[in-house]
Design a protein around this ligand. Structure first.
Ligand code: FES
Ligand code: FES
Length: 163
């Protein structure tokens, strides 16, 4: 018999406190997309391989398809919808991806944007190898990665200019 027990969680999503009642096995990806309507978080493989579903959990990139929503109670989550500073501008990472054509179909892009945002927060001026390592958990079927790598370096420049 299906267990319909629900658990109350409170999370801060893109700066706003949200209270939810979720079943124990509700995935964070489904919670974000279906319960909160934040469909910018994409779901590809649904088993931790592609990185499309990456969001920031207390600033660290996590695969939301491998994360149960109940485990993030009390945490801060940033999805792709929350990366822009909120004054009508895009974030440096978003601008760099647009400028360097770091996307084609865009399906992988929300995951890359979250991953790269965390990468540059940790390491504001990564080497080529560090960029390759940093994005190695995100798959893109369109771009061949070269423009994504360029975008990461460009994002590092834009961040430096803004700081
Ligand atoms: S959908 Fe989560 S890693 Fe692919
Ligand atoms: S832009 Fe299409 S999968 Fe990356």
């Amino acid at each position: 018999m299906r267990d319909e027990t629900r658990f109350e969680i409170t999370v801060t999503v893109n700066g706003a406190a949200r209270r939810l009642r979720v079943p124990a096995r509700r995935l964070l990806s489904d919670c974000l997309r279906h319960d909160l309507g934040l469909t910018g978080t994409h779901v590809g493989c649904e088993h931790g391989v592609c990185g499309c579903c990456t969001v920031l959990l207390d600033g660290r990139p996590v695969r939301s398809c491998l994360t149960f929503a109940v485990t993030v109670d009390g945490s801060k989550i940033t999805t792709v919808e929350g990366l822009a500073p909120g004054d009508g501008r895009l974030s440096p990472v978003q601008r760099a991806f647009a400028e360097c054509h770091g996307l084609q179909c865009g399906f992988c892009t929300p995951g890359f944007l979250c991953t790269v945002t965390a990468l540059l927060a940790d390491n504001p001026a990564p080497t080529e190898d560090e960029v390759l390592e940093g994005i190695s958990g995100n798959l893109c079927r369109c771009t061949g990665y070269q423009n994504i790598v360029k975008a990461v370096h460009r994002a590092a420049e834009l961040r430096a200019e803004e700081s």
